[in-house]
Design a protein around this ligand. Sequence first.
Ligand code: GLV
Ligand code: MN
Ligand code: MN
Length: 422
Amino acid sequence: MAIPAEIAAIGSRAEAMLAELGAISSEPQRLVRLYLSSEHRCAADLIAFWMREAGMTVTEDALGTVRGHWRPDRETRLLIGSHIDTVIDAGKYDGPLGVVAGILAVRELAARNADLPFGIDVLAFGDEEGSRFRTTLAGSSACAGVFDRASLAFPDRNGVTLADAIKAYGKSVDDIAAAAYDPAAVVGYVEVHIEQGPVLEAEGLPLGVVTGIVGQSRMRVIVLGEAGHAGTVPMRMRQDALAGAAELMLLIEQTAVENQDDGMVATVGRIEASPGATNVIPGRVGFSLEFRSSSDARRKAAIEQIKADAQRIGVKRRLEFAFEPFHETSTTACTPLLQNLMAEAIAALGLEATRLPSGAGHDAQVMASLCPMAMLFVRCRGGVSHNPAELASETDMGLSVAALVRFIEILAARDAGQRGRT
Ligand code: GLV
Ligand code: MN
Ligand code: MN
């Protein structure tokens, strides 16, 4: 398919913006941009600059979400957003593409002097990855009015709590409630995101309509044994917390493999063994555990199974296991009507509109508790993400902005038509 020059130009513009954002990192050799850090501030200022350049006024809420308002006088708003924080050693597309696509779509609509029945707010959230605090989706939760204030006490690795970090960023926790949108004033939420998986590439398609987002359970597992001399305590007399944790980890992997027909995955991504010396039997281990699956019931059952396994290993090895949950999101369906409108927008570009679920979490998941929600996936090379090798092509990004603009126009025509009938 020949790509029109305007779409190619928008794709190049998106790539240039993402490269500029991707250079804002706390480390010179890899991309690390944590929530409420000085790099977050710097990225937020750049986003605000681009929003103004595209014709938006800009505000920032108590959790640092940058909000670009186009046609602020309109009573109802379509929200377009994604996140600008990153994982450790990130690629530059996961999150920022959705913000940049929103800004470029507004720029396009402004250039066409589009007359829509609603205004648009482009939202750049600061905490989707949960890389700094155990909390995740803080900014979008505040916008959706479901922010959990208990997370304000969560510390980062240096003991700085989320509440302290909000204050140091120049914001006040007293203003969090005011960040919530009135559901009556919101038409919907739409997010453009790289797929982060291999399906679109395998199907040879640049864009896809997301059907839903898998649920997640995250927790910390603590294993208590007894530290001792690595040379003198015989194997049969040990209470080795790390060996017990390792046995449980293999059962975690096996449980997810046995449930993979519903897309279940389980990951232990971080582990600390104490005291952490070559010649000391580990007395205490803490590790992160995350389960995802498209069935909330099966995910919960798998976690209960793991707890029972831990109990059994504990008796056998004389260890204690404790599970401390800190994040739970249910499986969330994208709004069927908006899925159809997104498919229509993709088809209007002459492309096949395939549908696929998301195994990754997204701000869209909590925004769905506020309003109708849709997501547009963009093909990424090799399905690679959470990795500096992450790549979306300029052409595919240009097409995603064109599809987003078309989606907005279709939604606007529908909205105007409905008003005409009432
Ligand atoms: C976010 O990227 C997640 O799914 O962990
Ligand atoms: Mn993301
Ligand atoms: Mn991510």
